[in-house]
Ligand binder design. Structure first.
Ligand SMILES: Cc1cc2nc3c(=O)[nH]c(=O)nc-3n(C[C@H](O)[C@H](O)[C@H](O)COP(=O)(O)O)c2cc1C
Length: 371
C-alpha cells in the first residue's frame, strides 16, 4: 500500500476541484457535426493549458483512444497521444497538473514507467497517471490483443501492470519480475518520478473497477447520472475505502454550455447536440459501451442518448452562470471532490466560464481565489 501523500494542486484546499477532459481528442466530448466543433490542434491545446493554469484549475486529463467511432465526423478518429500530449502541456504550464491516460493492456510497464518518469522530471513533479483497463473491442482488435470477457481478468492484469510500474518507480536496484502477465530480469528505471507519490486516477464504474480504484487510486473518475446516484456512488466508495483504511476522492465529468440566458444555452445545446448531432457515431459509441463496459447501467444507456450526443455521457451543465454554479454546488454537496469540464470549443468558451462561474464558486466557498 502506498502511504505517502500526493502534492500540488490536486492536494490543495479547493473543495471542488476542476479540470478539463478530452481536449486531446477531435470534437472533444461533443458528438456533433457543426463545423465549429473542437479542433484538437496543438495550438488550441497549448492556448487552453495556459488559460487553465492561470485560472487555477487543478488538472487536465486526456482520453487515450486509438480507433474512432465512425459516423460522418469519425468522432475521436483524430487523437493526440496521451503521454506525448501531457509532456507538451506540462512544458507550456507552471502549476497545473497534467494526467496521462494509459491503457494497461497496450503498454509495456517498463516503457510507460520511463515515459511518465521522464515527464515528471520535465515538469518538476506535476505529472499524474490515469490508469485504464480498456474496454473498447475494436482497439483490442487493432492491437491484436484478446479483450478478456470478464472484468476480473481485465483488472487482474491491470493490477499487475500497476504494481510493476510502482516497483520500477521505487526500486533502487535492478530486480526481476516474474508475474502472470509480465516477466523480466534485471529491470530498473532511471530517471524515477520527482514525486514520491504520483497522483493516480482510475476511470471506471464496475464493481471490479471500483475495487481497483479503492486499492490503488487517489481519485475514482466515474459518471454522475443525477445528484442521488452521485451521492450513492460517493458513499459506496467511502465505505470501501474506509474498510482498507484509505481515503479516495470521487471525480465526475460534466459538459458545459454556459450563456448569459438559459434560452441561449438551451438553443445552442439543441443546435449542436440534437439538430446537428452525429447520431451514427453516438449510436455506435453507445452500442460499444453497452457491450463491453459497465460504466453506464443499461437504464442510463436507454435514457441518455441526448447526453451522449452532448458530451459522451457527461453530466450536463447548461444555462446561465448562476444555474451552473448552483448545479456544481449540488454535485459538491453530493460528496464529489470535483469534476472535469468540456466545452464544444474549449478555448473559446472557457474564458466566459472562468470569468462568470468561477467567481460564483468562490462566493459559495467551493474554491479559493487565485492569488
Ligand atoms: C470518466 C471515464 C473516463 C474514461 N477514460 C477512458 C479513456 O481515456 N480511454 C479508455 O479506453 N477508456 C476510458 N474509460 C473506460 C474505463 O477505463 C473502463 O475501461 C471502462 O469504463 C470499463 O470498465 P468498467 O466496466 O469497470 O467501468 C473511461 C471511463 C470513465 C468512466
Amino acid at each position: 500500500m502506498r502511504d505517502d501523500q500526493i502534492t500540488g494542486r490536486m492536494a490543495g484546499q479547493n473543495k471542488l476541484k476542476l479540470g478539463t477532459f478530452s481536449a486531446n481528442c477531435s470534437s472533444g466530448m461533443a458528438v456533433t457535426k457543426i463545423p465549429e466543433r473542437w479542433d484538437n490542434s496543438w495550438e488550441n491545446n497549448i492556448e487552453l493549458v495556459k488559460m487553465c493554469d492561470e485560472a487555477g484549475l487543478e488538472f487536465m486529463l486526456p482520453i487515450a483512444r486509438w480507433i474512432g467511432y465512425g459516423g460522418e465526423t469519425d468522432f475521436h478518429g483524430g487523437v493526440l497521444e496521451a503521454i506525448t500530449w501531457a509532456a507538451v502541456l506540462l512544458a507550456h504550464s507552471k502549476e497545473i497538473q497534467v494526467f496521462a491516460t494509459v491503457h494497461t493492456a497496450f503498454n509495456h510497464p517498463i516503457v510507460s514507467a520511463k515515459q511518465l518518469a521522464t515527464i515528471d522530471q520535465l515538469s518538476k513533479g506535476r505529472m499524474g497517471l490515469n490508469v485504464v483497463a480498456g474496454w473498447n473491442k475494436p482497439e483490442y482488435d487493432a492491437f491484436g490483443v484478446e479483450l478478456p470477457e470478464g472484468h476480473d481478468e481485465r483488472y487482474e492484469r491491470g493490477q499487475e501492470w500497476f504494481d510493476y510500474v510502482q516497483k520500477i518507480w521505487k526500486e533502487e536496484r535492478a530486480f526481476d519480475w516474474d508475474g502472470k502477465y509480465f516477466q523480466g530480469t534485471g529491470v530498473y528505471g532511471n530517471p524515477r518520478p520527482v514525486q514520491s507519490r504520483v497522483p493516480i486516477l482510475n476511470a471506471a464504474a464496475s464493481t471490479q473497477g471500483r475495487a481497483f480504484a479503492t486499492r490503488n487510486a487517489d481519485f475514482l473518475f466515474t459518471p454522475a447520472f443525477d445528484f442521488d446516484q452521485a451521492a450513492e456512488t460517493v458513499a459506496n466508495i467511502n465505505q470501501q475505502a474506509q474498510a482498507v483504511n484509505r481515503n479516495i476522492g470521487v471525480l465526475t465529468f460534466c459538459a458545459v454550455v454556459c450563456r448569459p440566458t438559459q434560452k441561449e444555452a438551451e438553443e445552442y445545446l439543441d443546435y449542436y447536440a440534437n439538430e446537428n448531432a452525429d447520431w451514427e457515431a453516438v449510436d455506435y459509441l453507445m452500442k460499444l459501451q453497452g457491450m463491453h463496459a459497465q460504466s453506464f447501467t443499461p437504464d442510463a444507456l436507454a435514457n441518455f442518448r441526448d447526453r451522449f450526443a452532448a458530451g459522451h455521457g457527461a453530466f450536463p451543465l447548461v444555462g446561465t452562470p448562476d444555474h451552473i454554479a448552483d448545479q456544481l454546488e449540488k454535485l459538491s454537496n453530493a460528496g464529489l471532490s470535483g469534476t472535469t469540464l468540456s466545452f464544444v470549443d474549449y478555448a473559446k468558451e472557457f474564458p466566459y466560464f472562468r470569468d462568470e462561474v468561477i467567481p460564483r464558486l468562490e462566493k459559495k466557498g467551493l474554491r479559493n481565489k487565485v492569488l
